[in-house]
Design a protein around this ligand. Structure first.
Ligand code: UD1
Ligand code: CA
Length: 458
């Protein structure tokens, strides 16, 4: 296949989104629309990608740092937008894919087929088409008497007798570079919207005696365009299904795939079980046999084989093999849980290592700590890692026992096998094998409770 370039149109405001965020920056499964399109172009093997930006330029450019940027200052239409990319592609005379930043579901294989079809037919342009149940808003393909593609007419410019045409322009094309830019020179804004339509190039190329072909999608969903938030949600649903079906076919169990939201880069091993209301995003990798959910969110984390994450949030962390997290745990970036470790209910862990088989079962905060193996941290214990100015480390040796409600005032070191007494505020290091206790002595007043109750009844 001759190396194709790609132009991604992403300069429009997306008025119909009614948003302060540029349309192509809206997300599906945590990935901005324009990113889906650029990634598909890359996967299809595009040798260079030019993104045309304009509305919200800075925000959009930041989403596609791996592409060349062309700026369309004022949005005069899709034809004008493509023209803005001409300078970036000067001297390029291969096939050019033109993609819309708001058509995110396209598969790389479809783009490859467009490029192949153009080189096989020698057409000046191959346009991707689809039949939609409701073609409202889409440009329609007008065929000549020989069934060739004669023109594309925008919805707003349709004559009444053309309204029934359901073959729609998906807004995705493969052009011969020279033919494209030559035709664009002759596009005028004489239409309902007063814009320079890219779609007008089709009739111009035909008038030049060149061939235009159509590649019709069997799965119209792929070319689902996004103009409104209703369409954004519908496209999200389609993508969720596509991703989840691939995981299920690869051996992942999903109790209810409608209630699992998995971003495209996430890797999941065999026999993993994903329970409802679970979100897996970023660079997350889940190893074989892990059990995630219900109601869990895992971002940029590694979950070890057979580990359990129940009703919890895990971000930027590594959870060891067979470890147990939750319910209601909050695991923050920099956390490493060793094999078989347990972080239980209402426990927050940040930037800490918790060793093999160590347990933090209930109501604790562990921050900036290095906890050895076989340690037990009693309920309500916390590391006081912040003194109001800076953060300090806590070190707990192997086999130590931290009594319930211990305040470990960092920096502090608890030696191997040491213990702290419940309720102690530990401000000094406790050597290995020793006990740290910090409490005032208890006073017991005999019969006090009985006397008090008796007093109330009178
Ligand atoms: C376009 C097509 C229509 C097709 C539909 C498919 C035209 C004239 N119409 O209509 O035939 O059925 O897509 O989804 O091409 N953009 C710019 N600069 C501009 C205008 C648009 O960069 O000046 C970008 C937008 O950001 C968007 C894409 O081009 O990503 C498509 O623009 P949009 O206004 O959504 O076109 P549609 O009305 O959907
Ligand atoms: Ca659109």
């Amino acid at each position: 296949m001759k190396q194709a370039a790609a132009i991604v149109l992403a300069a429009g405001e997306g008025t119909r989104m009614r948003s302060d965020v540029p349309k192509v920056a809206h997300e599906i499964l945590g990935v901005p629309l324009v990113r889906w399109v650029v990634d598909a172009a890359k996967a299809a093997g595009a040798s260079r990608i030019v993104t045309v930006i304009g509305h919200g330029a800075e925000a959009v450019a930041a989403l596609v740092p791996d592409t060349e940027i062309a700026v369309q200052d004022v949005q005069h239409g899709t034809g004008h937008a493509v023209k803005c990319a001409e300078a970036a592609l000067s001297g390029f005379d291969g096939p050019v894919l033109v993609l819309a930043g708001d058509v995110p579901l396209l598969r790389a294989e479809t783009l490859q087929r467009l490029v192949e079809m153009r080189s096989e037919t020698g057409a000046a342009c191959v346009v991707l088409t689809a039949r939609f149940q409701d073609p409202t808003g889409y440009g329609r393909i007008v065929r000549d008497i020989d069934d060739g593609v004669a023109a594309i007419v925008e919805h707003k410019d349709l004559a009444p007798e053309q309204l029934a045409t359901d073959e729609c322009n998906a807004g995705v094309y493969c052009f011969d570079a020279k033919a494209l830019f030559s035709a664009l020179e002759r596009v005028t804004p004489a239409n309902a919207q007063g814009e320079y339509y890219l779609t007008d190039t089709v009739a111009i190329l035909r008038a030049d005696g060149l061939d235009v072909e159509a590649l019709t999608l069997s799965d119209a969903d792929e070319s689902h365009g996004i103009n409104t938030r209703v369409q954004l949600a519908a496209a999200g649903k389609l993508m969720q299904r596509r991703i989840n079906e691939a995981h299920m076919l690869a051996g992942v169990t999903m109790t209810d795939p409608d209630l699992a939201w998995i971003s495209p880069g996430v890797e999941i091993g065999r026999d993993v079980v994903i329970e409802p209301m679970t979100v897996l995003a970023g660079t997350t990798v889940i190893a074989v046999g892990a059990h995630i959910g219900p109601s869990s969110r895992v971002l940029d984390s590694e979950i070890g084989a057979g580990a359990v994450v129940e009703q919890s949030i895990v971000r930027g962390a590594r959870i060891g093999e067979g470890a147990n997290v939750g319910p209601n745990a909050f695991i923050r970036p920099g956390t490493v849980l060793g094999p078989g470790a347990k972080v239980g209910s209402f426990v927050e862990v940040k930037n800490s290592t918790i060793g093999e088989l160590s347990k933090v079962p209930h109501l604790s905060y562990v921050g900036d700590a290095t906890v050895g193996s076989g340690v037990n941290i009693g309920a309500g214990s916390i590391t006081c890692n912040f003194d109001g100015v800076s953060k300090h480390p806590t070190v707990i040796g192997d086999g130590a026992f931290i009594g319930s409600d211990t305040m470990l005032v960092a920096p502090v070191v608890i030696g191997e096998g040491a213990m702290t007494a419940a309720g102690s505020a530990i401000t000094k290091d406790v050597p290995a094998g020793s006990l740290g206790i910090e409490r005032s002595e208890q006073r017991t007043v005999q019969g006090w409770a009985d006397r008090r109750r008796a007093g109330r009844r009178e």
